[in-house]
Structures are given as structure tokens and as C-alpha cells.
Design a protein around this ligand. Structure first.
Ligand code: SF4
Ligand code: SF4
Length: 62
């Protein structure tokens, strides 16, 4: 089980992370990315962490 967090302050709104999430947990609200889904479905692949240019995404294993 993972906790997915996006730091709104750090998110530049590049929208690079949303399309690459295999669990479709990340949505773009027009300005920023946000977690919009069941976090229990996060695979912990860290694709979102890798692609984020600002370090705004963090994944924590519980
Ligand atoms: S770690 Fe993978 S499955 Fe989890 S939110 Fe990021 S891209 Fe999606
Ligand atoms: S990749 Fe990072 S900066 Fe870009 S939208 Fe996602 S969280 Fe925001």
C-alpha cells in the first residue's frame, strides 16, 4: 500500500505525470496535478516521481 502525495507548491503544472500512471490515479485539474483515485491501487512504480521535473510527487510505502 502506498501513499501518493503531490506538493501543490512545487507542482509547476507541466502535466507530465498524469498520462504515465498505469493506475490512472493522477489527474490534471487545469493548473496542477492531483491525486484523484483510490490510492490503494497505486502500484508503487514511481513513474510519476521519475517524470516530475520539480520533485513534487512523493510515494511512501506503508
Ligand atoms: S507510483 Fe505509479 S501507480 Fe502510483 S501514482 Fe505514481 S505512476 Fe501511478
Ligand atoms: S510532473 Fe510534477 S510538476 Fe508536472 S504536473 Fe506532475 S506533479 Fe506537477
Amino acid at each position: 500500500m502506498y501513499i501518493v502525495a503531490i506538493d501543490e507548491e512545487q507542482c509547476s503544472g507541466c502535466n507530465s505525470c498524469t498520462a504515465g500512471c498505469p493506475a490512472r490515479l493522477l489527474k490534471f485539474n487545469g493548473e496542477k496535478a492531483e491525486v484523484a483515485g483510490d490510492e490503494s491501487e497505486c502500484l508503487g512504480c514511481e513513474s510519476c516521481v521519475t517524470v516530475c521535473p520539480t520533485g513534487a510527487v512523493s510515494i511512501t510505502e506503508m
